[in-house]
Design a protein around this ligand. Sequence first.
Ligand code: SF4
Length: 282
Amino acid sequence: MAYLRGGSTTLTEAEVQRVAQHFVDPEYKALPDHSAELAALDAEHPGFARWRSRNVQAHKRAGYAAVTLSLKPTGVAPGDATDKQLDAIADMADRYSFGELRTSHEQNIILADVEQSQLHALWLEAREQGFATPNIGLLTDIICCPGGDFCSLANAKSIPIAESIQRRFDDLDYLFDVGELDLNISGCMNACGHHHVGHIGILGVDKKGEEFYQVSLGGNSARDASLGKILGPSFAQEQMADVIEKLINVYVETRTEDERFIDTYQRIGIEPFKERVYAANH
Ligand code: SF4
């Protein structure tokens, strides 16, 4: 760093401006803020309120919002969409978001510039197409690599693990109660599923030709980034949903008000989780 500082690769303000010219804003309208109307719709349609609380994000421009289309309904490989669904998403992007969409590393799709007055119509369409699961940032919004079902480098399958966890936590009320949690799964140490930085990380490992799963806790990809710590010996595929449930139970029983899973973990450390998960094995 000392050698590079001030050298020929220094990013100048002029260079930032030159590149910024290539990123022009879409033609935003001058719109009023629709918060009051949206709150009235929330009261009328609880499902819309729930979706808005998880899948709609604030926008820098008044009257607009960013919408995340969830590709994480239970029973579908995280991030998967059919050809027909992709056509439907492209069509929605044309009609609601200046013909532009973005894919996220969390394996969802974002319509970044939606008029607030269109949110209800968009929700109805997204629900029809299967993209309105209100789980963004929750336990079932799992990042999951293709694993052994599709990847020749895999040590273990990852999609069935994601599905078993989604099925175990398929109750929306409970999911909302558990709150924000990043659960990331990789089928081998190449870490395409970012398991190191999941609040709960799962890594597929090979033990004498059999598939096992190592669990880590405390990974974090936010500003206070950290790598997860390995919980202990690995588990068989059929144990994984139980293991995750035990970890969640420790959190729910121990959390203080407004603490997310990662906050509780940072306060109490790995031991209480370890004790609960391995207790039955002794
Ligand atoms: S983490 Fe491993 S198994 Fe998963 S996609 Fe990457 S290389 Fe394949």
